[in-house]
Ligand binder design. Sequence first.
Ligand SMILES: [Zn+2]
Length: 89
Amino acid sequence: MDALMLDGNAAAGLLQEIFGSEMTTAVGTCHACGTAGEVGGVFLYRGAGLVFRCPQCDAVLMKIVVGGTRRWIDLRGLRALELDLELGT
Ligand SMILES: [Zn+2]
């Protein structure tokens, strides 16, 4: 990992704010390669926004841009996102 690359755990607070649940243990499935893994384990790049990339194939899974009180969320790189609400409390 380089200095600009983190993992999904670094966005835990923002993800919880948006989804209303603990998201680092949610399991996302990459649309490109089909790999499933916890959101906390994906690669996270911070720039003008947050870009979450698949650790297996490097495809973009999710993008989030924060501007004031607004959030723009692009989930098109995820085939599925599985949340266990019992774990998320
Ligand atoms: Zn992938």
